[in-house]
Ligand binder design. Structure first.
Ligand code: SAM
Length: 259
């Protein structure tokens, strides 16, 4: 990977320590149904799929079970190893690539690209988000489709609480502190995990996109027919949405000529 200044997501221990909280067994089960919902919204024309920031492979495995030919890309070795082991146990053939999302580019290789579970908006330099979208656009075949699912700014503004606390299934306590900064464009999070009387804190931040901001970013990368939804069932996006879901298409060669 090219040398870059280290950012929070480069720290493997962040993903390792939070793995039980981020990826409990139920989340893997949910992804089976959620993948079907994504396919119903995105309606890809072919079966070559890119799961960008695939993590432990929740969606990669679900798509491979649905006879998609899947490439899972992620920069975190710990998570890719989890994904690889799961695929092996399930007898599924999936291509795993350890690469930064800013660098992955495979021209006109995919019919479908996924970016799921808030895997976008991580970079200190917001222009790098645009690089990611451009690379996805180039990696899609004409007529290909991108589906993204992330936390949206509008619903966050409605439910925002500076501090929340919850007890996890293993009895440990997770205290989350959030702070909005940079003119309401980013959220800074501090998660403190208290387990058996010992506390460990994790800090991370990311850009929060409104529906319109994400749409403009996608159109800026060349996508057309960008549709926003408030959940994977295709509900309306707005202040009461649970998520920000975007489905964006790359024009076919014929439709691009007509432009
Ligand atoms: C919240 S997890 C989501 C994982 C997966 N999409 C899912 O739905 O389970 C975010 C993922 O992004 C990956 N990631 C973070 N920064 C990255 C980067 N710069 N390039 C590639 N992957 C990255 C992490 O390793 C992690 O797997």
């Amino acid at each position: 990977m090219p040398a870059r200044r280290k950012e929070w997501f480069d720290d493997e221990s962040f993903w390792r320590d939070l793995y039980p909280f981020m990826f409990p067994p139920q989340r893997f089960k949910d992804a089976i149904d959620d993948a079907k919902k994504v396919l119903a919204l995105a309606r890809p024309r072919g079966r070559a799929a890119l799961d960008l920031c695939c993590g432990p492979g929740r969606y990669s495995l679900a798509l491979a079970r649905g006879r998609f030919s899947v490439t899972g890309v992620d920069r975190t070795k710990f998570l890719l190893d989890k994904a690889r082991a799961r695929a092996r146990r399930a007898g599924l053939q999936i291509e795993w690539v350890r690469q930064d999302m800013r660098d992955f580019l495979r021209p006109e290789a995919f019919d479908l690209a996924l970016s799921m579970f808030t895997s976008f908006g991580y970079f200190d330099d917001k222009k790098e988000d645009a690089v990611v979208l451009h690379n996805i656009f180039k990696s899609l075949r004409p007529g290909g489709v991108l589906a993204m699912e992330l936390a949206g700014k509008e619903p966050l503004a409605k439910i925002f609480q500076p501090t929340t606390s919850q007890t996890l299934p293993d009895g440990s306590q997770l205290v989350q502190r959030h702070q909005i900064f940079d003119d309401w464009t980013r959220v800074r999070n501090e998660w403190t995990l208290v387990r058996k009387g010992r506390a460990k804190s994790f800090r991370f931040h990311h850009t929060i996109y409104s529906g319109q901001e994400l749409k403009e970013r996608l159109e800026g990368a060349g996508f057309r027919d960008v549709r926003l939804y408030g959940d994977l069932d295709g509900g309306e996006y707005g202040i009461d949405a649970t998520r920000l879901v975007a489905v964006a298409r790359k024009g076919t060669r014929r439709s691009s000529r007509r432009r």
